[in-house]
Write a protein that binds this ligand. Structure first.
Ligand code: GLY
Length: 371
């Protein structure tokens, strides 16, 4: 029998615009789909073929499955059109539901492909990375890279549902897990309610057991003690994001807070393209620590917050020291498509669970950070 999951609705202006189910097993999604009269199709990251096979076995209504190469280089219009061509070849009509199984790249591409196929069919996500479970697969941002800009072409359109299960993370490489851990901690730094400390505690424990990461049934199997707690944290982070998205689906204000650490992170990722690549999650961890430092330097939060955050992150196994100078990052920030007259938006901290956005002159940020 599938483990029952917690339902979190994304409510906007009095309507439910999306549903999240957290804490069930991967196969549990079959129960949700049992009464679904729509023709079902699956797009999945070729790296999670085993999970796709489990899903195909569990969900008899699935008509066809398409593996995709889920890399930043392949996250483009060509792959979106490949998905559309395949849907057409499979005879998918406007009533179809496209399921996406994979990390944020897969869900972003499939969500976008579904949004334009026959002017839009329904889609739903089963994210298989921690990062996509707590962030990318929630909130309806779907799109692809275009002309070397990340996520330049896309839509905001909500999945019918997002199915979250720590079960789907069992074979996630440790490095990728840490990237998601950074986004989870970010979420609780925006809205806390005691979850930040709980997350630091659990992620710290998991990190200290990381040597036995691969295949240790006691600590990391879906029915092991850690994954039960992890499921709770994933659900809590998803609920925070669902609340924010419900209040500001189209990112006019509050949703921008989810970019905590991302102004620095995007600059780090951009620079790292010319050398040793830094992943998004790694860059976010470094970026959050830098944002805390900047908050401290401008007197927005009490002294010591940046050190506390850095220590917490290090205990959770996150890399926090940024390999680039602030001047180099500032150059990249100034070139960002969102920069206006050398001014860039930062999300800064007053404390854990209390953040705000601030537009600052990049040149001033360099001076402040170098002081
Ligand atoms: N990843 C930030 C957002 O969905 O708004």
């Amino acid at each position: 029998m599938a483990k029952m999951s917690r339902q979190i609705d994304i409510e906007s202006e009095g309507s439910v615009i999306g549903r999240i189910f957290a804490g069930g097993s991967l196969e549990g999604v079959a129960e949700l789909l049992a009464d679904c009269a729509r023709p079902l199709f699956l797009v999945y990251d070729a790296n999670v073929g085993e999970l796709a096979a489990r899903l195909l076995e569990a969900v008899p209504g699935l008509r066809a499955a398409l593996p995709v190469e889920a890399t930043e280089l392949k996250k483009d219009m060509t792959t979106v059109m490949d998905i559309n061509r395949w849907l057409l070849e499979q005879g998918a009509d406007r009533n179809a539901l496209l399921l996406a199984l994979g990390g944020g790249i897969t869900t972003d591409m499939a969500g976008f492909a579904a949004s334009v196929y026959k002017r839009g069919i329904a889609f739903a996500f089963i994210p298989t990375t921690l990062l996509s479970q707590v962030d990318a697969a929630i909130g309806g941002k779907n799109g692809v890279n275009f002309m070397s800009y990340k996520n330049m072409v896309g839509v905001i359109r909500q999945p019918e549902f997002t199915w979250l299960s720590a079960d789907a993370l069992e074979s996630l490489p440790h490095k990728e897990f840490l990237g998601g851990a950074a986004e989870m901690l970010k979420t609780f730094m925006i809205e806390d309610n005691g979850w930040y400390e709980r997350a630091v505690g659990l992620l710290g424990k998991m990190e200290s057991e990381a040597e036995s990461w691969d295949g240790n049934p006691e600590t990391h199997a879906s029915d092991g003690p850690r994954f039960g707690e992890l499921n709770e944290l994933i659900a809590a982070a998803a609920a925070v994001k669902a609340g924010i998205v419900g209040r500001d689906q189209f990112e006019k204000g509050e949703r921008r807070k989810l970019n905590l650490g991302h102004t620095f992170a995007h600059a780090i990722e951009h620079i790292s393209r010319d050398g040793e690549p830094v992943s998004h999650g790694e860059a976010v961890a470094m970026g959050i620590v830098l944002a805390a430092k900047l908050s401290e330097k401008i007197g927005m939060c009490a002294e010591g917050l940046a050190d506390r955050v850095r220590n917490d992150f290090v205990n959770c196994g996150l890399q926090t020291s940024c390999p680039y100078t602030i001047a180099r990052m500032a150059e990249a920030m100034g070139m960002d498509k969102k920069a206006e007259d050398g001014r860039v938006r930062f999300v800064l901290l007053r404390g854990i669970g209390d953040v705000d956005t601030c537009t600052l002159d990049v040149a001033d940020v360099v001076k402040i950070m170098e002081k």
